[in-house]
Design a protein around this ligand. Structure first.
Ligand code: ADP
Ligand code: MG
Length: 256
C-alpha cells in the first residue's frame, strides 16, 4: 500500500474517531495479506477490531463511573460454600433479563454470605452488556440526598440515582433511618418503579424493614413497589469471611 494512501486512511480514520484503525492499519493490512483475506473478511476485521477496542474502553469507563467497590465476578463465587443457594437462580439473573423488565433483585442474609459479591457481579455483567450501573450503600445515598436537600439540589441528586439502568443499593438495614430519610428512599423507589432495576442487599428480613425505616406505613409503601417485580434470594448459610476461622475453631468451643 502506498504511503500516500496509508496517510489518507489514517487521516480519515482519525476524523471518524476510529483511533484504533489509525494506529493499526498497516498491521491489519499485513495480516490480511498473510491470510489472503477476502474483501468482506477484511472489512469485517477492521470494524470488529475497532468495535472491540471501543467496547473495552466503554466497559472500563462505565466500571470506573459505577462506584462498584470491586469488580468480582460470578466465576469467583464458590457456590459449594452456599449449598442452599441455587446456582441456576443466579445464572438466570446473569442473563440480565430482569433489567429488560425493569424488575428488581433482593439479596437477603446475614453478614459475609456474599450479598455484595453477587450484587456486584450482576452489576459488572450488566455494565459489560452496555447497561449503565451505579452502586451505592443506602447510608451513603441518604447522606448525599440530605446534603443535596439542604443546598436546594435534591431533585438533581435524586435524578442521578434515577438515571442508571441498574442501581445497586447495598446494606439496607445496617443503620436505622428517620422518617425524613425513609421518605427520600420512598421517593427514589417509587420513581424507579417499573422504570429501572434495583439490586438491593439487606441483612434484615422484609418484616424488619418497618423498624429500619422508622415507619411501618412508609416501609409497606416502599416494599409494595420494590417487591411487585422482584427476585428475592435469601442466603442463610455461613459467613465466607469467617470461613478459615471456622475450621480453626474446634467443635464446641466458642467463636473467637
Ligand atoms: P455480604 O455482603 O453478604 O456481607 P460479601 O459479599 O461482602 O458479604 O462477602 C464477604 C467476602 O467474602 C467478600 O470478599 C466476598 O468476595 C467473599 N465471598 C463471600 N461469599 C463467597 C463465596 N461463596 N465464594 C467466594 N467468595 C465469597
Ligand atoms: Mg455486603
Amino acid at each position: 500500500m502506498s504511503t500516500l494512501t496509508t496517510t489518507r486512511i489514517r487521516e480519515h480514520a482519525s476524523k471518524l474517531g476510529m483511533t484504533h484503525l489509525t494506529d493499526t492499519i498497516s498491521e491489519l493490512v499485513a495480516r490480511a495479506e498473510a491470510d489472503q483475506m477476502g474483501y468482506l473478511d477484511f472489512v469485517d476485521l477492521l470494524l470488529g477490531e475497532e468495535l472491540g477496542i471501543r467496547e473495552g474502553r466503554r466497559f472500563r469507563n462505565a466500571l470506573k463511573l459505577s462506584g462498584l467497590p470491586h469488580h468480582k465476578t460470578l466465576d469467583e463465587f464458590d457456590f459449594t460454600f452456599q449449598p442452599d443457594l441455587e446456582p441456576r437462580k443466579i445464572r438466570d439473573l446473569a442473563t440480565l433479563e430482569f433489567i429488560e423488565r425493569h424488575a428488581n433483585v433482593a439479596l437477603l442474609g446475614p453478614p459475609g454470605v456474599g450479598k455484595t459479591h453477587l450484587a456486584s457481579a450482576l452489576a459488572v455483567a450488566a455494565c459489560q452488556a452496555g447497561y449503565s450501573v451505579y452502586f451505592t450503600s443506602l447510608d451513603d445515598m441518604v447522606r448525599k440526598l440530605k446534603i443535596a436537600e439542604a443546598t436546594g439540589r435534591f431533585n438533581r441528586q435524586l435524578t442521578s440515582y434515577l438515571r442508571p439502568s441498574v442501581l445497586v443499593v447495598d446494606e439496607v438495614g445496617y443503620l436505622p433511618l428517620d422518617r425524613a430519610e425513609a421518605n427520600m428512599v420512598f421517593q427514589l423507589v417509587s420513581r424507579r418503579y417499573e422504570r429501572g432495576s434495583m439490586i438491593i442487599t439487606s441483612n434484615k428480613s422484609f418484616a424488619e424493614w418497618g423498624q429500619v425505616l422508622g415507619d411501618d406505613i412508609l416501609a409497606t409503601a416502599i416494599l409494595d413497589r420494590l417487591l411487585h417485580h422482584c427476585d428475592v434470594l435469601a442466603i442463610n448459610g455461613p459467613s465466607y469471611r469467617l470461613k478459615d476461622r471456622l475450621t480453626l475453631v474446634p467443635k464446641g468451643e466458642p467463636m473467637p
